[in-house]
Design a protein around this ligand. Structure first.
Ligand SMILES: Cc1ncc(C[n+]2csc(CCOP(=O)(O)OP(=O)(O)O)c2C)c(N)n1
Ligand SMILES: [Mg+2]
Length: 550
């Protein structure tokens, strides 16, 4: 069959429903094939960064592969940053790019959109993907697609396919193995004997521990272990925290959930409990400066078991080839002792003020958001980079509601397009927490919402600039951004816009937004030197680390 048709059939077979993209002449034929009858639903946005973030948001929210299709050069290069974010945060995104045909490449001229060499884009994407290929050989094209996609799934990281425009209609042989395959992708399998031993040793240590804790990381989410991890936590009975990146991987209203652990700048009860722990069982947590608050792990290695990246590290030795799925399943069958401890959820918010202040504060916004979400179903929170990334740590989405944020790579621009992709894929109504600076990067993609029937609520916290840096930058002028008429823009783009200045106005606007069936933007005015509690701690700690000591 023609290569283009094979690719569509293949993606459908693995459960992909949508394709995010922007066409160009070097990818046009492929793009049109994707949209053919029985093909994929095409979602075009205004700018490739939005496309990349939307495909990533789709993948995060659905647990399926997100597909982004771009033209060669100008399009592909424009999407580098979102794909780098997907790589860092283990999101399975497949990038499909067009490219110049063989005859064109033989002309000896430079080809429009080309940067250094025709292969430059491929080389750039090699750095940002776990598998990449140019499909230039009809004989092996089908196998190559299968290999790249299999790797993307196994590693939960992006992959890259470049399909030159003269290849789209080329007929390719499809091996029987792929034709007869049921379309189910598999994760890497662990070594059984090593798993048995890792589980046995973990069980011994767990049963000997007096004050253990469990920390849930992003792999639990990406490898679709939420249910098992919850069961395991209930069997073990100890308090549970998540890393920053994994917020949402464990139910926020679960009686064992203590909150988000961000190392030394965690809420004091989490810090104190972690300091007293004689064993931390960490399931799928990447070791990042963000999660550990820029300090070495508080828990000495002697008292920890870290399962991540296909390894189980038990204090000072390591079991290789033990992946999180088999490890967790093994533990579920093990004779684990159940600890009993009364666990209380903690965040960083102060008590609510008795009456709304004349100038709304970030902490009050978070209290209103929590009030709004309490008991409501069908919402997911998307936190944008900037103060809202840290503010989001104090948001509590109950009853299985989703939570998405770039909790480690932390690129501005993820929020609005990521939310569009997430709603398209998973159907929940996003509540986007977004700063004015980040909104000016990709927020205008919200204008795409009406034509796809999407209705996110964007809470735009307007503090007049990139103010997360205000406490550490001596010249505030450097941080200013122009003041857009955000609410009026929302109305002009087919949504509804509100401007609020006080907590009671915000409460009313949110209640109204819940009734409105189009997208809604609520602009919330706050003072430029007001920050969420976690940002305040984080930015000071980060500035200390960057300081040059003579
Ligand atoms: C793409 C990108 N560029 C720059 C940064 C560095 N950065 C982090 S937060 C921030 C300011 C965010 O401003 P805004 O969205 O208004 O949020 P605020 O800090 O004011 O709450 C900047 C520039 C980044 N994270 N991502
Ligand atoms: Mg701002």
């Amino acid at each position: 069959m023609p290569l283009g048709d094979f690719l569509v059939a293949y993606l459908r077979k693995i459960g992909v429903t949508h394709l995010f993209g922007i066409p160009g002449d070097l990818v046009l034929r492929l793009f049109v094939r994707f949209a053919k009858q029985q093909g994929l639903k095409i979602v075009t946005l205004s700018h490739e960064p939005g496309v990349g973030f939307a495909a990533d948001g789709y993948a995060r929210a659905t647990g399926r592969i997100g597909v982004a299709c771009v033209t060669y050069g100008a399009g592909g290069h424009n999407m580098v940053n979102p794909v780098a974010g997907s790589f860092s945060e283990r999101v399975p995104v497949l990038v499909v790019s067009g490219g110049p045909g063989e005859e064109e490449r033989k002309l000896g001229t430079l080809i429009h959109h080309q940067a250094k060499e025709v292969e430059s884009q491929l080389r750039i994407y090699r750095e940002l993907t776990c598998a990449s290929a140019v499909l230039d050989d009809p004989a092996t094209a089908a196998e190559t697609v299968h290999e790249v996609v299999t790797r993307v799934w196994r590693e939960q990281q992006p992959g890259y396919l470049e399909i030159h425009r003269d290849m789209v209609e080329r007929r390719i042989p499809v091996p029987r193995r792929i034709l007869e395959w049921d379309g189910v992708l598999h994760f890497a399998r662990s070594d059984e004997r090593k798993t048995t031993e890792a589980v046995r040793e973990t069980t011994e240590r767990w049963n000997a521990a007096r004050r253990p804790m469990t920390m849930i990381g992003i792999e639990a989410y990406r490898f679709k272990l939420q249910r098992e991890v919850r069961q395991l936590a209930e069997r073990m009975g100890a308090p549970v925290t998540t890393s920053v990146l994994a917020k949402g991987a464990f139910p926020m209203d679960h009686p064992l959930f203590m909150g988000v652990d961000i190392g030394a700048i965690s809420p004091p009860p989490i810090r104190r409990r972690a300091a007293r722990a004689d064993l931390v069982l960490s399931l799928g947590t990447l070791l990042t400066d963000m999660d550990l608050g820029g300090r070495p792990p508080q828990i000495a290695r002697a008292h920890s078991i870290w399962a991540v990246n296909g390894r189980v590290n038990v204090s000072f030795h390591t079991y290789t080839d033990v992946h999180l799925r088999e490890f967790v399943r093994g533990l579920l069958r093990a004779p684990l002792r159940r600890h009993r401890e009364k666990v209380r959820y903690v965040d960083n918010l102060p008590p609510e003020p008795p009456r709304p202040a004349p100038q709304l504060r970030v902490t009050e916004i978070l209290q209103e958001v929590n009030r709004f979400l309490r008991g409501r179903r069908g919402y997911g929170v998307v936190a944008e980079s900037g103060d809202m990334l840290f503010a989001g740590l104090d948001v509590r989405v109950e009853r299985g509601g989703g939570y998405l944020a770039q909790g480690f790579y932390a690129s501005m621009g993820f929020g609005v397009p990521g939310a569009l992709g997430a709603q398209i894929g998973a159907g929940f109504r996003p509540l986007v927490l977004c700063g004015d600076g980040a909104f000016q990067m990709t927020g205008p993609e919200i204008a795409q919402a009406p034509r796809y029937g999407l209705d996110p609520i964007v809470l735009l916290v307007n503090n007049g600039g990139w103010q997360i840096f205000r406490p550490v930058v001596a010249r505030p002028k450097l941080l200013e951004v122009p003041n857009w008429p955000y609410a009026r823009l929302a109305e002009a783009w087919g949504g509804r816009g509100f401007r609020v200045r006080r907590a009671d106005e915000l409460r009313a606007a949110l209640a109204e937004a819940a009734r409105i069936r189009s997208f809604v933007l609520i602009e919330v005015q706050v003072a430029p030197d007001d920050h969420s509690p976690v940002s305040r701690k984080y930015i000071q700690a980060s500035a200390r680390r960057g300081r040059v000591t003579p």
